[in-house]
Design a protein around this ligand. Sequence first.
Ligand code: FES
Length: 103
Amino acid sequence: MDKVTLQIVRGNQQEGATTEQYEVPYMDGMSLLDAIFWIREHEDPSLSVRYSCRSANACKECSAVVDGKTGFLCSIRAKAGETARIEPITGRPWIKDLVTVLE
Ligand code: FES
């Protein structure tokens, strides 16, 4: 089965950052947000991410930095066999993992 590797920057303002790596089974059409849901369901429910609409690019709550570029986790597709590095948005107060204060 194909896998997607996610390297996710975790932590918070007080304790600092660590990078955790996860292997997620790839499914056709899955977004990076879908891959994060899989991690939360199967490996670590404490992984924090903010979202609301889940696929419509309407709420803009799932913004993050993916491979150095800002984007929406629900609209960026995971790629089988590849690694994505996901970090919280910079320039905003950091709450936890991929969650920052909304502007
Ligand atoms: S969850 Fe709403 S834009 Fe991604």
